[in-house]
Design a protein around this ligand. Structure first.
Ligand code: PEP
Ligand code: MG
Length: 313
């Protein structure tokens, strides 16, 4: 419970050999920040900004956004905080931003595509973030959702820099972006893998649809191969490759993701303790061996069992 978590020593995330893996929180509102700190979050790996926009008939002002971002950043002095630009569309339609009557909105003008079509909304959000960053002590990183390739990456990173954002990156949620990781990392300062959407789009199975829910398994070797490609490109470029989808909350998969090259893991704060404990049982060499075993499997289920069999503890 909360009191036990507070009493436990909150060491930084690390493998058994001391290889450091910062463990970050996924947050949906600044009000959740303190609870995440209490549960040992070393920063924020995904701050979803939709809450600012969803219940309103128009985009919030720069000043009101800035106040919310400052509230968040003040909870993490000196710590990394990764904020995601508005991810509207698909399951999160917004009357003033997204197109009505798309037949297949998950494949439509969502995420960065919708923002680019209403660039002032994106400019205002980036301006509010840059001003909040200047007024506080956290290490703000900003990323775009639903980015397809290096051209879209460059568009977002250039605009973010123009408006005063110091560290700008993209989410890897679309297979085409993962396949182009090397080119993407020429302009992006980092990538963060959204395994929920990356799995949905790799398997071509709607993550909201119960009849195809069994496809939504990030252990699938097809998904892991894309993660491996991103991890290798990040290592070559010397840039961070985070994970911020639900996959990072699965302790065994978290170890495999580090073996594939993930440099940070971000998750719902309730999962931090179990992931921290599992990481501490394996060295980086063992994590890489587990990753190789999972990559060589042909199904999600056999990938998991193969990884578990490499180093049973
Ligand atoms: C993801 O797709 O993995 C992700 C973190 O974004 P969301 O779940 O908000 O779509
Ligand atoms: Mg997503």
């Amino acid at each position: 419970d909360r009191r036990a978590a507070l009493a436990a020593p909150l060491t930084a995330g690390a493998l058994a050999d001391g290889h450091v893996v910062p463990l970050l929180a996924n947050l949906g509102s600044p009000a959740d920040a303190q609870a995440a700190v209490d549960l040992g979050a070393e920063g924020v790996g995904l701050f979803r900004t939709e809450f600012l926009f969803l219940d309103s008939p128009s985009a919030p002002t720069v000043a009101s956004q800035q106040a919310s971002y400052e509230q968040l950043l003040r909870a993490f002095p000196g710590k990394k905080v990764v904020v995601r630009a508005l991810d509207a569309g698909a399951d999160k339609p917004l009357p003033f931003l997204t197109d009505k009557d798309e037949e297949n909105p998950a494949l439509g003008r969502r995420g960065l595509r919708a923002l680019r079509n209403h660039e002032q909304v994106l400019r205002d959000q980036l301006t509010a973030l840059a001003q909040a960053d200047a007024a506080t002590e956290a290490d703000l990183w900003v990323m775009a959702p639903m980015v397809a390739d290096a051209e879209e990456t460059e568009y977002f990173v250039d605009l973010a820099r123009e408006l005063g954002i110091r560290t700008a990156g993209v989410m890897a949620e679309v297979p085409s972006l993962a396949l182009m990781a090397e080119q993407v990392l020429r302009s992006a300062d980092f990538v963060s893998i959204g395994t929920n959407d990356l799995t949905q789009y790799t398997m071509a199975a709607d993550r909201m649809l119960g009849t195809v829910a069994h496809y939504q398994d990030p252990w699938h070797p097809a998904v892991l191969r894309l993660v491996a490609q991103l991890g290798a490109a990040g290592a070559d470029a010397g840039k961070a490759v985070g994970i911020c989808g639900e996959a990072a909350a699965d302790p065994l998969l978290a170890v495999v993701l580090v073996g594939l090259g993930a440099t940070t893991l971000s998750m719902t704060p309730a999962a931090l303790a179990d992931v921290r404990a599992e990481l501490g049982k394996h060295t980086l060499d063992e994590a890489r061996e587990m990753a190789r075993a999972a990559l060589a499997a042909s199904t999600a289920a056999t990938a998991r069992s193969a990884a578990a069999a490499v180093h049973a503890v």
